[in-house]
Structures are given as structure tokens and as C-alpha cells.
Design a protein around this ligand. Structure first.
Ligand SMILES: *[C@@H]1O[C@H](CO)[C@@H](O)[C@H](O)[C@H]1NC(C)=O
Ligand SMILES: *[C@@H]1O[C@H](CO)[C@@H](O)[C@H](O)[C@H]1NC(C)=O
Ligand SMILES: *[C@@H]1O[C@H](CO)[C@@H](O)[C@H](O)[C@H]1NC(C)=O
Ligand SMILES: *[C@@H]1O[C@H](CO)[C@@H](O)[C@H](O)[C@H]1NC(C)=O
Ligand SMILES: *[C@@H]1O[C@H](CO)[C@@H](O)[C@H](O)[C@H]1NC(C)=O
Ligand SMILES: *[C@@H]1O[C@H](CO)[C@@H](O)[C@H](O)[C@H]1NC(C)=O
Length: 301
């Protein structure tokens, strides 16, 4: 109940449907040295939360809140279940490889599994799909609790997999309950992380003669006030307000550009003041504070 209240207070901008997707990709054939044979990426909505590959052989958390989660006791539960799902994948791909008549060259096997959850209706739905060279190959029908396919070549594999009732029962349990449990758990951690995100403030300049931008990013919630001060007094003139923009991780960014000559700001004390959630951050406009090479910085954010 607590979670639902939290969620209504902090709605996501894009949709009511939340996704937890894991995609395995296996390339087999001649690949460059060092490229792992199997790799897996898990996304929560469109944010990557973990990574695995057959070279490193362990699950790497992405995002700060996921890294924090990795140091809690529940992490073991999560990695244990991921390992079971990985083993199912390995066994199944092995069968697929022996079924399909392979031509020479590089072949790509994929499995996308996960669940969606509608926070308005509370409905959830699992999915588990195998693809071969970019085409749908076999998918799990969770209503009938069996695999099926529309590709004739895949029929023997489907028949084989459908005999493994223990695996099907495990998967049904996973998609009906555990997957949704993790999806909600991760959303909770993500939102809690967003709640305490203070802005990072930088003064940016493309080159020494261009305008100075006061750039605040990575903050949540979106309410922010950016002010340029001239010798301690609010300076509204010569200031261009940027729009509030969403970042990929759910935080926001905004900027105010100061349109005065370097001559003018070198002779006076210009300060950018950013207020967020009752806290104030100030940056004095002096040469040393300015990041001139900021295209890299913006991409990093
Ligand atoms: C997750 O998988 C579903 C079902 O295949 C797909 O519609 C959705 O676009 C995927 N979401 C992401 C973020 O990949
Ligand atoms: C974590 O896994 C252990 C052992 O399988 C289990 O007893 C425990 O209930 C799990 N905890 C949660 C919150 O799922
Ligand atoms: C699986 O079977 C269901 C009906 O049982 C059907 O609606 C669905 O299209 C089938 N999927 C594939 C991939 O053939
Ligand atoms: C400032 O904000 C605007 C949106 O109003 C954006 O287009 C521009 O790229 C931003 N500039 C910097 C340096 O972040
Ligand atoms: C700018 O601030 C410094 C101290 O921070 C002060 O010594 C100086 O007089 C100020 N300059 C102006 C023009 O206000
Ligand atoms: C930014 O700095 C790096 C070195 O730190 C340099 O390689 C790159 O060319 C610079 N980019 C711009 C746009 O100045």
C-alpha cells in the first residue's frame, strides 16, 4: 500500500505500464576475439539495470541504486534466480542449435523475457520469446503453460521443451509472481533514489568568447530555481531561460544562459545560484569554474 501511494505521488512521465526485460544475445560463428559469446542486458522501462556476459560470468549492477541494492542481502536472491534462468536459456539454446540446419557464418540467437505491470489496473503479464537470426522462433504461452511456434522448423524443439513440465511450472511461477515482485521492488528503489537527487551545477562555455551557461542537471523532483546574481543582486537582464528537460534516468536538467561579455563578468562578481528542495548551490563566474569542453560532460549525464 505504501508503495502505491509513493507511486501516485511521483508518476513517470511516459506511461502507466512498467517493464522489466532481460535480453540474452548469443552470437555463434566467427566473432572477433574478446567479444563474449553470450551477453545479457536487463532494463527497467528503458533504463539498463544490470549486465552479464559469458566472459565476466557475473551480474554487474548498473545505476547507483542498483549498485546499492547489490550490497544488500536480497541481491543473492536476485542473482540466484537469474542464474536459474540463465541455465534454462543455455539448455534451450543448445537444443535450438542442434535443431536448426545451420549455414556457415554468424548466427544470432536471442531470448527476451520479463514482465510488464500496469500500475493502474494492477495487471501483470510475463513473456519469454526466443529468436533466431532476428526472427521470432519460439515463445512461451503462459495461459496454456506451454511453448509454441509458427515456424515448422521449430516444432520438434517445442515438443521437446513441452515435455519438461518441471521447467514450465518453474517459469509460470516466476512470471506470475517473482518477476512482478522484482519489477515492483526495483521501481521502489528507483523512485526512492530519484527523491534525493540534488542538482549538479556547472558553468559551461563552448569557447572563451561564447556565452556562459549555468547548467543544472540530475535533479529530482523537477522544481528548480536558477538565478544569476550580479554583485549579490538578482540579475534578470541578459539572461535566457532554457526549458526544463527530462534526462533518461528520470531526473531533470535546466539551464540559464548569461549574455554578457567576458569583459563585464571579469570586472564584476557574477554568480549562478540554484535552489532545489530548500538547498542552495552557488557557482561564482570565474575562469577556473568554467568547463569549456562540455560536449563530453553532457553526453556523460
Ligand atoms: C520489453 O519487451 C516487450 C515485449 O516484447 C516490448 O514490447 C517492449 O518494448 C520491451 N521494452 C523494452 C524497454 O525493451
Ligand atoms: C530469499 O531466498 C531465500 C532462500 O531461497 C528465501 O528463504 C527468502 O524468502 C528469499 N527472500 C525473499 C524476500 O524473496
Ligand atoms: C501460440 O498459441 C496461441 C494460441 O494457443 C496463439 O494465439 C499464438 O499466436 C501462438 N504463438 C505463436 C508464436 O505461434
Ligand atoms: C540549454 O537548454 C536548452 C533547452 O531549453 C537546450 O536546448 C540546450 O542544449 C541547453 N544548453 C546546454 C549547454 O545544456
Ligand atoms: C567581488 O567579490 C570580492 C570578494 O569576494 C570583493 O573583494 C570585490 O570587491 C567584489 N567586486 C565587486 C565589483 O563587487
Ligand atoms: C575535449 O577534451 C578532450 C581531451 O580531454 C579532447 O580529446 C576533445 O577533442 C575535446 N573536445 C572538444 C569538443 O573540445
Amino acid at each position: 500500500m505504501k508503495f502505491i501511494i509513493l507511486f501516485i505521488c511521483i508518476p513517470l512521465a511516459y506511461s502507466e505500464k512498467q517493464w522489466l526485460n532481460t535480453t540474452y544475445t548469443e552470437i555463434n560463428g566467427k566473432t572477433a576475439a574478446g567479444i563474449p559469446e553470450i551477453s545479457a542486458v536487463t532494463t527497467l522501462d528503458d533504463q539498463q539495470i544490470d549486465y552479464y556476459d559469458s566472459n565476466i560470468k557475473k551480474l554487474i549492477p548498473k545505476q547507483n541504486w542498483m549498485k546499492e541494492f547489490a550490497s544488500t542481502e536480497l541481491w543473492k536472491n536476485y542473482t540466484d534466480i537469474r542464474e536459474k534462468l540463465l541455465n534454462i536459456y543455455k539448455n534451450n539454446i543448445y537444443v535450438i542449435k542442434n535443431t536448426v540446419t545451420q549455414s556457415q557464418g554468424v548466427h544470432r540467437y536471442q531470448r527476451m523475457y520479463g514482465c510488464e505491470w500496469d500500475d493502474e489496473t494492477g495487471d501483470s503479464q510475463g513473456f519469454d520469446q526466443y529468436g533466431y537470426d532476428g526472427e521470432d522462433f519460439i515463445s512461451l504461452d503462459l495461459k496454456e503453460n506451454r511453448y509454441n511456434t509458427s515456424v515448422p522448423q521449430a516444432s520438434p524443439t517445442v515438443m521437446k521443451w513441452n515435455k519438461n513440465r518441471a521447467q514450465l511450472t518453474f517459469l509460470k511461477q516466476y512470471y506470475d509472481y517473482e518477476c512482478v515482485y522484482w519489477l515492483k521492488e526495483f521501481l521502489k528503489l528507483w523512485k526512492a533514489d530519484l527523491k534525493r537527487r540534488a542538482p549538479e551545477v556547472s558553468l559551461l562555455q563552448k569557447n572563451p568568447s561564447s556565452l556562459v551557461v549555468c547548467h543544472a542537471t540530475g535533479f529530482y523532483p523537477s522544481g528548480v530555481s536558477i538565478t544569476w546574481l550580479r554583485n549579490g543582486v538578482n540579475h534578470y537582464k541578459d539572461v535566457k531561460h532554457g526549458d526544463l528537460l527530462p534526462n533518461e534516468d528520470g531526473t531533470f536538467q535546466k539551464n540559464h544562459t548569461l549574455n554578457v561579455s567576458p569583459d563585464e563578468w571579469e570586472k564584476n562578481n557574477y554568480t549562478c545560484e540554484v535552489e532545489h528542495q530548500g538547498k542552495t548551490i552557488q557557482k561564482n563566474l570565474i575562469k577556473d569554474e568554467i568547463k569549456s569542453n562540455y560536449s563530453k560532460l553532457l553526453i556523460l549525464r
